[in-house]
Design a binder for this molecule. Sequence first.
Ligand code: GA4
Length: 328
Amino acid sequence: MVAITVPSSIEQIPLMRCPKANVDQAAAAIPCVDLSVPGAASAVADACRSVGFFRATNHGVPAGVAEALESRAMAFFALPAQDKVDMSGAARPLGYGSKTIGSNGDVGWLEYLLLSVSSNSVKVSSLPPPLRAALEEYTAAVREVGGRVLELIAEGLGVDRALLRSMVVGREGGDELVRVNHYPPCPLRAPGDCGVTGFGEHTDPQIISVLRSNCTAGLQIKLRDGRWVPVPPDPESFFVNVGDSLQVLTNGRFRSVKHRVVAPEGAQSRLSVIYFGGTAASQRIAPLPQVMRDGEQSQYREFTWGEYKRAAYKTRLGDHRLGPFELR
Ligand code: GA4
């Protein structure tokens, strides 16, 4: 079933044009890291340096955990629109949203739940209990994957292994979010060699993001050379991307990756779940002294996560959010 209404004309959704990505480059361009092998730390660091994105395998999360959430989430999205709003509140920014993203005019062909999941509880009043339980189980599992990746990144950077993980996982006042995105099949056709935008291009403001999707394609990433490549879906893997905060913590050694989603053209919905590992509002985001070479200058003026998040919420999705914080 299509859970969002079809606009009478394509012009009703701005940002409709999502140019086709370069399919030939896909497989080769996306690093894959087996998290269970001894060389994982340097492979993770290489991927974060070269692309800012990788596919993680052997992550230890049983398939059933994600599948349970997927089926509960699909049942939720199949409910009447008003029930979804009543159960989770209209996204401001947390809650249930349909077609609008943030509050500055961004739109996309999707509906979603955006939830705060810090300190182990999904803070949404009246989600159906089976969905809430599935979300809590999934969150615990994906948080472990994020934590493990942050340890590997720290090891790869040559800093204290617990340093990055402790900014996010179990952090007092931490800021972890989970977003469940449902992209129904899109009956519209964008003009020219374009798809319809599901979620417009952007970078994530947090330290790290960990995504899992069903087997419907749509996610694309922008490589360093400016080419967009599709990310072949793989429900058995997690996809990890570097956020703006990690870019700053590494003084630009790792780069937050631009990504976007094109709406499904076939009969299948795309369902993705993303864990965003943010830190406490008071946490200073500045290059880690241990990664800096002698005499190296910070590329950014100092800020806290709270300051950056407030600024981010005043921007449009595609804005270069780190711009105002860059020095020189
Ligand atoms: C992008 C990454 C996450 O999805 C998100 C998004 C947030 C929102 O949907 O409320 C923002 C976007 C994201 C960055 C700029 C602002 C805020 C929408 C938007 C236009 C939850 C986040 O943390 O930042």
